[in-house]
Structures are given as C-alpha cells and as structure tokens.
Design a binder for this molecule. Structure first.
Ligand code: AMP
Ligand code: MG
Length: 437
C-alpha cells in the first residue's frame, strides 16, 4: 500500500461528515486532503520567462537587485537640492549646469543655486533630491525661474528599490504567473523561472445514449456536450488534456478506461454514471480499482458525485494512481461541479495560491427564493444598472440540463447553504466566469 493519505483518514478528521448530505465546504475539505499532498511530488521544471505565463511558480523568487537600481526622476524637468525651497519666499531662480538623460548619468556636481536638466528615468545627480517639472518653469538663457511653488522637497523622485528591494521575495511560490509578473521578472533580469510541471488530466463521458459529433443521432440519443465544456474548462486551467471519448455503460469497458486513465494521468474527470440508478454497478467496480467515495452533495445543481483515487494495477495501491472526479451527467451540473470542485482540486494539486475566483457582492435585480440547507448556484448576468452600480439577474431556465442559460451567463450567483431568500435590491454573492484575459 502506498504512503498516500486515504479517504478514511481524511474524513475521520472532519466533524459532521455525512456523504449523503454533504455541505459544499466539507466536500472541499476532503478534496484538499487528497489533492494537497500531490504538490510535493509534482516535478519542477525551468522554463523561459514567457513560457511561464499561466504556470504555477514553484519557488519564491528573491529579487537579486533593487528596482529601480538608483534614485531617478519621475518627470522631465530640472533636478536640484530641495532644501533651497525653504530659504525665502522670493521667486526661485537656478542656473542650469548640466544634463542627465535616461541611460546617461550626469556625474558632475550640482552646487546650491544650480540645477540639472533631467529626463524621466535619468539617475538623480549627486546633491539633488527634487525635480521640478518642466512645465512649472520658464527657461531664461542659462537659468530657469519657477512659475509655481507647488513643488516640495523630494517631489518627483523615484527611490532606489521602491518597486522591488534586493533580498526580498518579488513573487511567492504558488503564484499563477500573469502578464504583469512576466514584466516584473524581466525587470529583475531573470531569463528563466521554476514552475510546476503541467498536470495531465484524462476525461471521458459515460452513457449508452451518447453520440459524438459527426455521428448520426438515433432516437433517444443525445450528442455528448460534456466533453466539450470539460475540455474548455481544463484548457483554461492550462493543464494537458487527454480526451478518451465516450465509454459505454459496461463494466468491462469502464474498468479498462479507468485503468488506462490512472496509468497516464494525474487526474481523471468523468461525467455521468454517478446518479442513484447507475451508481451501484459503478460502486462495486470502483471498489476494485481504488479508494472512492460517493457523495450526495447539498447543492443544486450537481448533487451526485464520486471522488477519490484510482489505481492502474491489479490491486488497490498497485501501479500508477490518479485523483478521480466523477461528475454528474447533466451538462450544467457538470460545469458547476467542475468550477467548484475540480478547479479547486487541480489548483490545490499544483500548489497554486488560494486564488479560487474571488466572489463579489452585487445587488440582486430580482427576488430569488431558495430552500435553506443546500448551496444553490444560479446562472447570472452581471450588468451595470442605470445608477452605475453592478447588478445581477438570472438568465432564464435553471434546469440542470439547460446549457442555453449557462451560455448566456457571465457569472454564477451563489446562494449560501443557510439562505432562504434574496430580496430584490439585496446584496448577493456572484462568481464571475472571466477576469481580464
Ligand atoms: P446520468 O448521470 O448518467 O444519469 O446522466 C444524467 C443526464 O445527463 C442524462 O439525461 C444524460 O443523457 C445526460 N448526459 C450524461 N452525459 C452527458 C454528456 N456527456 N453530454 C450531454 N448529456 C449528458
Ligand atoms: Mg448515464
């Protein structure tokens, strides 16, 4: 048997654990328990800075230098010693004794009564701590006079290290690298970054009624859409995907597919086959392959779900293993359980900082009644009301199979476990689908 934590160990630490009426937050705790240890074994690779976009930083990145490396000017203007500003109320008049450009340092002196013509980004000349912007001055031959006294000592100067200080972490391990981070890393002079290797995620759909696009649709059949939404959501997470197609509801075919998936991937995402009628034969088969629990989660949509670890070998604990997310079959239930559980689990496996999509509080544009004792996710459209405030309305039919309203949505409206009603005009929690891309 392996040293990996098993579900019984994890579950025994959770108070009030009931797999048949499991609150969303308890399910997340179990998922954390099984997924977090994976981070320790996930290889680290060094990639060129640009290749790190969207990847998870594996180690703290310590700044080797001060950025900026010298005090420098924030404006085009004239640099001088700001202590001269207090001397009198008379109009300030300074003689221009030199020039400093970005990348070209002025190395001479700047005595009292003098100033240096300076450009944005140029190193502050010795003896100078203040810059007066050009537009506040008038040039008179070799002198300038101040047209305004709005400048105080120290103004318009950027200090060495004010962006990043040498020896301090510039970025912390677990960071998902964004465009600003690429620039920040480049400003430190790094050409490569240590990132976690990409996760490999296998996925397939189950159901005798499913047809793949391109096949004729016989009576009673539906096209397999889950493999498309799952593909899209996985791609957005930046994982490597392995599409295993549609697997029929036959024990042998399923067992074979699960073993192949466990052999080749870090995680497996399936849809269908976990609802009450179907779960029984799957349950007995899963017991052979791994350590899997079947939940009825106190949520809507997306109640039934299987979660655990599967092995590719002849017995549990033998061969390769992968974390299993057995999602429900209904297309919207698949998407909601993916966003809430699979996304969380995969980011946890990657050791990504808890960046789980920040919920926002916005004004509900409608009255939303709801049953207490379960978390509900409604499909919502965020918009800006005539008063300039962000509001949300739901997008129509909320049945767990209705993809139309999911496609029309730009967020999920989250109605917490205990909530029984949101009145029109009251604040409500939303999870936006997209930040800036
Ligand atoms: P199940 O959980 O397998 O009983 O499936 C629940 C519902 O979701 C049934 O109506 C299925 O036909 C439907 N369904 C299951 N898998 C898919 C899929 N991959 N694409 C579209 N609909 C599906
Ligand atoms: Mg099915």
């Amino acid at each position: 048997m392996s040293a990996l934590t098993n579900l019984d160990q994890i579950v025994s630490c959770i108070t009030g654990y009931d797999p048949d009426a499991l609150p969303v937050d308890k399910a997340l705790e179990v998922i954390d328990g099984l997924c977090a240890p994976v981070t320790q074994t996930l290889a680290i690779e060094r990639v060129a800075v640009r290749e790190a976009l969207g990847r998870v930083l594996a180690e703290d990145l310590i700044s080797p230098i001060n950025v900026p490396s010298h005090d420098n000017s924030a404006m085009d203007g004239y640099a001088f010693d700001g202590s001269q500003l207090q001397v009198s109320d008379a109009q300030v008049r300074l003689s221009v004794v030199g020039e400093a450009f970005a990348g070209r340092v002025y190395s001479g002196e700047c005595p009292a009564g003098a100033c240096i013509r300076i450009m944005t980004g140029a190193v502050m000349p010795r003896g100078c701590n203040t810059v007066i912007p050009q537009e506040f001055t008038e040039r008179q031959g070799e002198e300038i006079v101040f047209l305004s006294r709005a400048v105080r000592s120290g103004d318009n100067r950027r200090l060495a290290g004010e962006d990043l200080a040498a020896g301090h972490p510039a970025l912390q391990a677990g960071r998902i690298i964004r465009p600003a981070d690429l620039g920040l890393v480049a400003s430190l002079g790094y050409a490569e970054l240590p990132v976690r290797r990409r996760l490999r995620v296998a996925f397939f759909s189950t159901g005798d009624e499913l047809r793949s696009v391109g096949e004729p649709l016989e009576a009673g059949c539906v096209y397999d859409s889950n493999r498309y939404t799952i593909f899209g959501m996985l791609r957005r997470l930046g994982v490597d995907v392995v599409d295993m197609g549609v697997i029929a509801d036959q024990p042998e075919a399923l067992e074979n597919a699960f073993r192949r998936a466990a052999e080749s991937s870090d995680a497996i995402v399936t849809s269908g086959g976990v609802s009450v009628g179907e779960a029984d034969f799957i349950k007995s088969m899963m017991a052979k392959l791994g350590d899997v629990t079947f939940w009825r989660i106190a949520m809507r949509p997306g109640r039934p779900m299987a979660f655990g670890r599967l092995w590719s070998g002849e017995a549990v604990g033998e061969g390769q293993s992968a974390v299993l997310f057995g999602l429900p079959g209904n297309p919207v239930a698949v998407m909601v359980t993916f966003y809430i559980f699979v996304r969380h689990g995969l980011l946890t496996m990657l050791g990504a900082q808890a960046e789980q999509g920040l919920p926002l509080n916005v004004v509900s544009d409608e009255r939303i009644p709801k049953k207490p004792g379960r978390t509900e996710y409604r499909r919502g459209q965020l918009f800006i009301g005539p008063d300039g405030r962000a509001k949300v309305r739901t997008t129509g039919g909320q049945g767990s199979g209705i993809l139309r309203s999911m496609s029309d949505a730009n967020c999920l409206v989250v109605l917490d476990h205990e909530t029984n009603l949101i009145e029109k005009g009251e604040p409500v929690k939303v999870l936006p689908f997209d930040g800036l891309v």
